[in-house]
Unconditional design. Sequence first.
Lengths: 172, 475
Amino acid sequence: MSELTITLLRLGYLALLWVLVLFAIGVLRRDLYGTRITDRRRRKAVPAAAAASVATEPTKPEGAPARVPRSARGGSGPGRLVVTEGPLRGTIVPLGTSAVLIGRAPGCTLVLDDDYSSSRHARIFPQGGQWFVEDLGSTNGTFVADQRVEAPTPVPTGTPVRVGQSVLELQR
Amino acid sequence: MATVQPHRVRAGRGVELGLLLLALAIGVASYALAGIGTTDEVPPDVIGYGVGMAALAIGIHLVLRWRAPFADPVILPITVALNGIGLAMIYRIDFAYAARGREDTFAQRQLVWTAVSVVLAAAVIILLRDHRTLRRYTYTAMIAGLVLVLLPLVPGLGVSINGASIWVRVGGVGFQPAEFAKIAFAIFFAGYLVTHRDTLALAGPKVLGLQLPRPRDLGPILIVWGASVAVLVLERDLGTSLLFFGLFVAMLYLATERLSWVVIGLLLFVLGAIVAASTFAHVGARFDAWLHAFDPAVFDQSPGGSGQLVRGLFGMASGGLFGTGWGQGRPDLVPFAESDFIVASLGEELGLTGLLAILLFYAILTERGMRTAIGVRDGFGKLLAGGLAFIVALQTFVVVGGVTRIIPLTGLTTPFIAYGGSSLVANWVIVALLLRISDEARRPAPSMKPTLTPVAGTPAVGDDDQLTEVMRGVR
């Protein structure tokens, strides 16, 4: 066999080794990330019908709640809403000064793909330096520490809030 | 505004098959190129070899489809590739030995061991339906491990080869029981630590920002340390002793998340190493050969000189960046080129490029093991997967570090590549256990739908455009 063939085979073999390395890394790269987050604004062009149904959704009652004074949110207030159970486990919603609407409707802040949650299921909002959860007349109810929510209820940090199949928690 | 989609776990069996074909291509190419390099023609049995390897690999792939459909898709192909590379290198070194008038059949024997290992791994996957069963055998595993470690010391059974008495010979078949003891100990440590980790992680005095354990909780680590030192003294084997102690410290850290255990472990290890180096000639000689490798007096010293180490370094140096190519180098100039120094042989013929790819295979294998440990839900499985992955990582580090003169040389085998039946079988069993645990880890959580029955005709609330299922029977 000629010198050139031998050299090509030798380098080709090394390339083959690295192809396996890179393919394996490509496969495992996928599951380093738990959930895939897609920006909806980038998908504006998608089905017009879907866009129309979103448009008919009532506007979110986000503007209403009283703004939390900066000082109250300081170091002690919860900084994020974390899904601890259910299909979205591991999802983190950063908390700002506005309310978080939870439900199945595409217009919600946290969209649950869950047959047991209502379209507009619950709302978590800040008031007077504290976060409250309010049930929006859902079919299956919202539970704070296994107590059904009838009126807006304060949610301390770390208390489980059950919405359908999901359990949410406020964390620092 | 962003939507979050739940992560759909892919079983990954298709991906695994693809990677497996690539790994088989690497194995067959190694074999063919080794033949071309040594005899200038493609080995006549390359097709038979390829078919045999493919049958084994596809066989275990089908077993996974049948019994562990969610097992990790990367572990098996990486293992097959490593095994194939090792087989080809041993086959190639057989040729080199034959050319020097020393007939060996390492390759045939390794081939038989590969078949035995794969069948055994398949048996483990089929018979072990749930890794948590192993937790019941925590203390049985401890006794089994101790018996296996002590077996070479039984007169008439143990054989002392090259100064280390870690071999057992029964009916003409020799094996290293310590290779199997490491699996038994991983099971024991996982079962023990998952029960006792709270005690071991309990608050103790805090010194320099380090949460130290209470003195009375130091018992287990001291016992394992004593046992490792006993292995070192009685069996004169540095590698096994280091592996067991390292495994225990790593699993202790996994279980308690206390850095102080690692610090204590390292201190004990350094203490043991210093005492051993100054008391035992064979350990002292290893340090000498490491620190003054290029000293002619140390190089020529026999036994215990640095000749083997330095020849290995010269071999890798002659390989350079891209290697000499399969069959073009002289790896046979290094003693034990097919077992202890196979990394140097690979470094010479595949170069830095090839050796780094092989090291990355090990890194990926360890990463998959650790990822499995993160994903699995029970504490025992977490510790076991973490410990098994750590065994592979530590063994590779100790061997490659020793051959490349980063740490003193110790007698451990390169997983999957080096010649040696016990090591190959034990490592394939480790892979089978990891695959079994990863199946549990990646299996989607059972949905809660069976416990809830939707009530027909329940009106949807508000502006729902889809029906909301009503929960029943909960709370």
